[in-house]
Each structure stands twice: as structure tokens, then as C-alpha cells.
Design a protein around this ligand. Structure first.
Ligand SMILES: Nc1ncnc2c1ncn2[C@@H]1O[C@H](COP(=O)(O)OP(=O)(O)O)[C@@H](O)[C@H]1O
Ligand SMILES: O=C(O)C1=C[C@@H](OP(=O)(O)O)[C@@H](O)[C@H](O)C1
Ligand SMILES: [Mg+2]
Length: 263
């Protein structure tokens, strides 16, 4: 055997070890998830990722190819998260709720936790139209925007295992709710008018309340929409005084409980 052949053989052995380790890692993750579920423990543990990063940082301190190794661990971590997400949610997660309830923020957090793709409806509509949501309302009117929402929801039924972050008005059309429920579980985020006011008061990207940013107007509009929101919801999470991680943990637990009931 030439030296080159010997080196290639050793490389092949390394790949075998890597493959075994990756498969073993996946099995362990499944076991951890099952253990947490059986023992009623929190599913989410963002600190674990921090601990792993610290460990890797220390181990790679003097390594010249540290950034390449980081990339590999990043890919392994992402694959693990996606595996977890697919096991937990065999459907799309559709977030609905009043403006400022936290749909966009929770979607982003779910993306961080589970490496799930997020369909941020407002953002996609704004990008495709080449103008902001307030400009779409001003130039084309609200109905035009609502039709774009409906069409986008229909289009998104081709996607699986994604988070769909709706606009606050999306569940008001019954045909939209029908689309949401085709492949998705609908999660309603709520908050008091006071909390909503506090969260939206400094932004200018919500034309529906732009000239009425006050608690009474918010409370009134929320009440008008409440029946439709509640009719669309599979689960409801009140977000008042809760951190993003607390809301996400409740979301996971409630979806798991719903799956358990469906069995
Ligand atoms: N659970 C929460 N606790 C504190 N602030 C929040 C929470 N959820 C959202 N926010 C804040 O409220 C504002 C509106 O949230 P956003 O996610 O854009 O809501 P939505 O998409 O439902 O309109 C953002 O500034 C966000 O940081
Ligand atoms: O409630 C509404 O009618 C709307 C909510 C907005 O989304 P957010 O709920 O994410 O702010 C956005 O879709 C548009 O301004 C209309
Ligand atoms: Mg939003």
C-alpha cells in the first residue's frame, strides 16, 4: 500500500467515527426528549447551547482552523434542532393575535430554538410589493393588502414544518382560517390592551392603529376581533408579563398536550 493509500484509509476510518458519533448523538437527543416528556420537564433549554459554545470555545482556543470546526458544529447543532422540531411538530405552527401580541418575536425565537423556517407574512408581502405595509395601505388600500394575505396563505400550504407568522388581521377572513388549518395548528397569542399599547407605542409600521395609539382604541378593536381570533385558535397563550422563552415553552407544552389528546 502506498503512503497515499494508507492516508486515505485513515481518512475513511475518521469518517466512520464521525458518522457513528453523529448517529449516536441523534439517538441521545431522542432519548433526552423522551425523558423530558416522560418526566414533565421543560423541553427548551437555551442555556445548554451556551454551555456547548463555551466548551467549544475553550477547546478550540489554539486551533488554527477554529472557524471551520465552528461551522461543522453549527451544522450539527442545526440538524439536531431540526430533528427535534420534526419530532415535536409534524405540522405548521401558525401564530395569530392582535398587533403587538408577539407573533413576529415568537416566530424568530422558535427559529433560533428549532431552526424552523419562518414565513413572516408582512415581510414577504412588503418585499414582493417593494414597499412597506403602511405604503401598501396608503397606495392600494386595505382590501388589496388583505387579498395579498389570502393569496400568500394559500401559497404557503405547500410548505411543511414551518412557522407562519401572520399579520394581526389575517384570521379575520374565514377563508384564511380554513387555509391555516389545512396543515397547521393555530396558536393565538394574547395580551392586555395596556401591554399591547406599551409594546406598539413607539413603532410606526401598523397603519390600522397609527392615528389611534391609545389604550381605549386598542381595547375596542381587540374586543371586536376577539370572537374571530378565538374561533380560529387551537391553543391560546396569554403573553402578559412572560418572557419569550416562557411563551415558547408554554407553546410547546400546549401543542404536545393537544397531540396527546388527539391520539
Ligand atoms: N413576551 C414579550 N415580552 C416583552 N416584549 C415583547 C414580548 N413579545 C413581543 N414583545 C415586544 O413587543 C413588540 C411587538 O412585538 P411583535 O413580535 O412585533 O408583535 P406582532 O408581530 O404580534 O405585532 C416588539 O418590540 C417586541 O420586542
Ligand atoms: O392587525 C392588523 O390588521 C394588521 C397587523 C399587522 O401585523 P402585526 O400584527 O404583526 O403588527 C399588519 O399585518 C398590518 O399592519 C395589519
Ligand atoms: Mg408581526
Amino acid at each position: 500500500m502506498t503512503r497515499l493509500e494508507k492516508l486515505r484509509k485513515r481518512l475513511g476510518q475518521c469518517d466512520e467515527i464521525l458518522l457513528d458519533a453523529i448517529l449516536m448523538r441523534h439517538h441521545i437527543i431522542k432519548d433526552i426528549m423522551a425523558y423530558k416528556e416522560e418526566n414533565g420537564l421543560n423541553i427548551l433549554d437555551p442555556e445548554q447551547e451556551e454551555r456547548q459554545k463555551e466548551w467549544l470555545d475553550g477547546r478550540l482556543e489554539d486551533e488554527s482552523n477554529a472557524s471551520e470546526v465552528w461551522d461543522i458544529f453549527h451544522a450539527i447543532g442545526k440538524a439536531s434542532k431540526q430533528m427535534q422540531a420534526r419530532k415535536l411538530f409534524d405540522y405548521n405552527i401558525v401564530l395569530i393575535g392582535f398587533m403587538g401580541a408577539g407573533k413576529t418575536s415568537i416566530s424568530e425565537y422558535l427559529k433560533t430554538l428549532f431552526a424552523m423556517d419562518v414565513i413572516e407574512m408582512d415581510q414577504i408581502i412588503a418585499e414582493r410589493e417593494g414597499m412597506s405595509i403602511p405604503d401598501i395601505f396608503e397606495v392600494h388600500g386595505e382590501q388589496y393588502f388583505r387579498d395579498l394575505e389570502t393569496n400568500l396563505l394559500i401559497e404557503m400550504q405547500a410548505r411543511k414544518n414551518v412557522v407562519i407568522s401572520c399579520g394581526g388581521g389575517t384570521p379575520l377572513r374565514e377563508c384564511n382560517v380554513v387555509e391555516m388549518k389545512k396543515n397547521g395548528r393555530v396558536v393565538l397569542l394574547t395580551a392586555s390592551p395596556e401591554t399591547i399599547f406599551d409594546r406598539v407605542k413607539d413603532s410606526h409600521d401598523r397603519p390600522v392603529i397609527e392615528n389611534n395609539k391609545n389604550v381605549p382604541f386598542i381595547a375596542d378593536l381587540m374586543e371586536k376581533r376577539r370572537v374571530k381570533y378565538e374561533a380560529a385558535a387551537d391553543i391560546v397563550i396569554n403573553t402578559d408579563g412572560k418572557s419569550l422563552i416562557e411563551v415558547c415553552e408554554e407553546l410547546v407544552q400546549k401543542l404536545l398536550a393537544m397531540d396527546e389528546n388527539d391520539k
